[in-house]
Design a protein around this ligand. Sequence first.
Ligand code: SF4
Length: 345
Amino acid sequence: MPSDAVLAAPAVSAPVTATPVLRVSGLSVEYRTARGVVHALDNVSFELAPGETLGIVGESGCGKSTLARAVVRLLDPSAGTIRLGETDITHATRRRMRAARRDLQMVLQDPAASLDPRWTVGDLLAEPLEIHGIGSRAERRARVADLLDKVGLPPEAAQRRPHEFSGGQRQRIGIARALALEPKVVVLDEPVSALDVSVQAQILNLLTDLQRTLGVSFLFIGHDLSVVEYVSDRVAVMYLGRIVELGGRDSLWRRPAHPYTRALLDAAPRIDGPSAPAGPGLTGDTPSPYDLPSGCRFHTRCPIAADVCRRLAPAMQALSPGHHVACHFPDSGSEPPSMQSAINS
Ligand code: SF4
């Protein structure tokens, strides 16, 4: 356990109206290296409803990509549970995970990493169906044509190899492959970060269209706030391995309660729409993951940190239905918190 877990560490169980398709509880991931132990994820909890997109944002090194890899079991958690529907996959064997892959797929930032350049696109899209013994050869061919159509590529694309396509087209192929088995959940790890802005918009529109027609749920990892705002129903903000705020997109954008969320939103360029209230801004660098701050991990950069913040990790608390924050002084803006002196005394 990290040394700063003096109070209950932040844990969010966001209320969802339907039975969750994915339920992550108290998930932690630790790396042991020659320099020491890295607490890459600490007690992360959330739920994902059918047809919902949960965006995960935070600076580089906040743990969002570790979270994505842990959820699809490319990394082994050191604590916590991952439930896919009614199935606990936290410690599923490779064989059981193969079965779970029907319902849980991933799209990577660089689609080339998951597309074997020696294979045709048709073979790449048919492979998941073959592995799971789905359909006859003719039925799989028809399914490949249907998948290509769904992601806006012509049927002839099946005969070509990945290197013959642009970055945006390759990402369409990656999305088609992820959807081949009609999964309930797709984890998207920065799926548009490597693409030009105009292509980003096409892929984001494709994802929202596919979600509307297929009802699939997305766990969307991103660092571009405007992209995450565009695609997400709810958003979780991560800092140094923990979720520090989680809420409905509009609630979180209009009333960010955590100083870190406020700073992130203040720093993000906006062309239109309502801006978040101006906050005090970020100072300093992200602390080393080998030497995490005591108490609230954000206290070394927080402009309103008080003594209690250095001593006690704030527990997650509900501000309003579905909007949770881990801060001793939520939504206190740039003014010193009024409770500060009383708590410090
Ligand atoms: Fe953390 Fe305290 Fe700042 Fe809240 S006010 S983010 S608890 S340092």
